[in-house]
Design a protein around this ligand. Structure first.
Ligand code: ADE
Length: 314
């Protein structure tokens, strides 16, 4: 215990907190304040581990990023974008993973995040083959709600996919992985860099290297399609062929695909980002309100969305 305290003192300069976040505002933490457990996920530059905060017994997911590896690959900026996006999003929405603390030591950066105990949506879809229309409706609605909040804060995710949708204890969605996010400065409307995962990349990103909040709506269309169909909307034998299909809007619905879901997907998977449902300015016929009002969401109570139990996963 004495060693841990000495270690904590030695690295206290590096310890940090998330400004503006309420329950952790006064406390600075270091790695030794946590008991690290199993690995929950691994990325190219990071490992997410289960961890218990010794002071309270509270469990978190801590994303550990290797500083040397980040620096060697010029990814420090990416890590900062992720942290800044999470800080900007704060604790303002139940559908977005919350950053409780960020700190670093000589070797690593640490992001202390909400622990989502039921893992990735991707594993659910894989395990079940596909999701029921009911389930898809519930998760699509939570995504719409979280996206509206995110975009209102000027954050574009840019890599939305079922791997980045986590499920909490109550099987509600928590969006994670803002490492590819983009923070729009006030007045700025487009971002010009290429990121994303082949199957969910929007045509404007492929053709003009441009992303707007509407690129996240394209990904939403791809995700709704995938939840119901159990396969990607756009999938070629190579990344290049997948991109060709996206640019040509070359996809078809399997037989029996819910008609209203089909209509919604068709209104999201439009080549012109401005035409997509949800992308229009408030008051326009394709604003976020119109997206919420789409017949596919008729059974959704938007006010109780984060309290309503998740439909059984079937
Ligand atoms: N895998 C990656 N991030 C996670 C988190 N926040 N909770 C649970 N598993 C995860």
């Amino acid at each position: 215990a004495r060693d841990a305290k000495a270690g904590a003192r030695a690295s206290s300069r590096a310890a940090s907190r998330v400004r503006g976040s309420r329950n952790s505002s006064a406390t600075r933490v270091v790695a030794s304040d946590f008991q690290f457990g199993e690995i929950l996920g691994e990325g190219s530059y990071s490992t997410v581990m289960r961890a218990v905060y010794r002071a309270t017994g509270q469990e978190y997911a801590i994303k550990v990023l290797d500083k040397n590896h980040l620096k060697r690959n010029q990814k420090m900026q990416t890590a900062m974008v992720e942290k800044n996006s999470l800080v900007r999003l704060g604790s303002g929405h139940p559908g977005i993973v919350r950053l409780h603390w960020a700190f670093h030591d000589d070797w690593s950066l640490y992001f202390v995040l909400d622990l989502a105990r039921n893992g990735e949506m991707q594993s659910r879809i894989s395990r079940m083959g596909s999701l029921s229309t009911e389930c898809t409706r519930y998760y699509a609605a939570q995504l719409v709600d979280a996206l509206e909040y995110m975009h209102s804060k000027g954050v574009i995710h840019r890599d939305l996919k079922p791997e980045n949708l986590l499920l909490d204890d109550a099987f509600r969605i928590k969006i994670t992985d803002f490492g590819t996010g983009k923070l729009l400065d006030s007045g700025e409307e487009k971002a010009k860099t290429f990121v994303g995962t082949a199957q969910y990349v929007s045509p404007e990103l492929l053709e003009a290297c441009e992303t707007t909040p509407s690129s996240d709506l394209w990904a939403l269309g791809c995700i709704i399609y995938q939840m119901i169909a159990g396969r990607f909307a756009f999938q070629g034998l190579s990344e290049y062929l997948t991109w060709q299909k996206i640019k040509q809007l070359d996809y078809t619905f399997p037989e029996g695909f819910d008609e209203q879901a089909k209509d919604l997907v068709q209104k999201l998977l439009l080549r012109d980002p401005e035409q997509r449902l949800g992308a229009g300015p408030p008051g326009s016929p394709n604003d976020m309100q119109a997206l919420r009002a789409h017949p596919f969401f008729a059974g959704i109570n938007w006010k109780t969305l984060w309290k309503d139990p998740a439909p059984p996963l079937e």
